[in-house]
Write a protein that binds this ligand. Sequence first.
Ligand SMILES: *Cc1c(COP(=O)(O)O)cnc(C)c1O
Length: 312
Amino acid sequence: MKKYKTCIHRLGDYNSNFIYMKREDLIPFSFGGNKARKAKYFFDEIDRGNFDSVVTYGSGSSNHCRIISNMAKQRGLECYIISPKEAFEETFNQSMMNLFDAKIQVVSVDEVSDTIEKTLESLKNSGKNPYFIQGGGHGNLGTRAYVDCYEEIKEYEKENGIIFDYIFFASGTGTTQAGLICGQLINDDNKKIVGISIARKNPRGRDIVLSSIYEYFDEKKINKNRSLIEESTIFVDDYVGNGYGNMNDDISKTIENMISNYGIPMDSTYTAKAYNGMEKYIEKNNISGKNILFIHTGGTPLFFDYLKNKNI
Ligand SMILES: *Cc1c(COP(=O)(O)O)cnc(C)c1O
């Protein structure tokens, strides 16, 4: 399979640290992002199989649902999306899902899993062969996508004679983080891989990352010391505010600084929330003189929602 590869560039300094950014947002499909990297692995399996439809779930602002419906449309596959009505929003991602003819069912959050079952069953009963993808591209294929991303980071380090001490990014379902940590453990490296939670609190948020790591190592029959895995899993929930999508003035400032000073779009739900969280974490822990990589995980359409909502 041909994989996506993204660039890393030096951004600037913060608190006497050297900040670099890996631009997953520049993956060349449907505004990119970590969901595009993960989706490629799922669709590789779909392309090798005999599937005629795809079923997944996510909110109206979901980058995952945009990418999945775009990749399905490209192949002429039907795409079914189950969306919890509590998190239903009119966003540009939502408009694109409509553009790609996704069949969206909006149900209350406690009916989501039943509706998925029913949708899969009725597709099968009508002779179809649906492929199911978990929300956010969660699961071993999604994890593998970020094991491979970790290998790209290693390559950059070798080519440029630099070692990153820290890697920061927005952590949601935890698959991105699980993949990066698996990559690090496979390579016996000892960076600090810090997921900044954008929604979940501990201990649940971190436990989900851990279970994704165990699930991946189980499947690959890789044996790693349990306490080393535990030690390597840093899931910071200090900056979630009032949960998913909740923002504050500091996050707004990050969005406006990033686009004004660097020309980099960020959004309030994921990347700017995590970037701002990273800065606070650096200050709080007196980190200085380190090489720090921030992974821009995408979500560019949500940047435009930010502008629209601000009436700029
Ligand atoms: C989904 C998403 C994340 C979180 O990734 P997980 O693998 O679910 O932890 C981060 N940033 C953006 C832009 C996303 O869309």
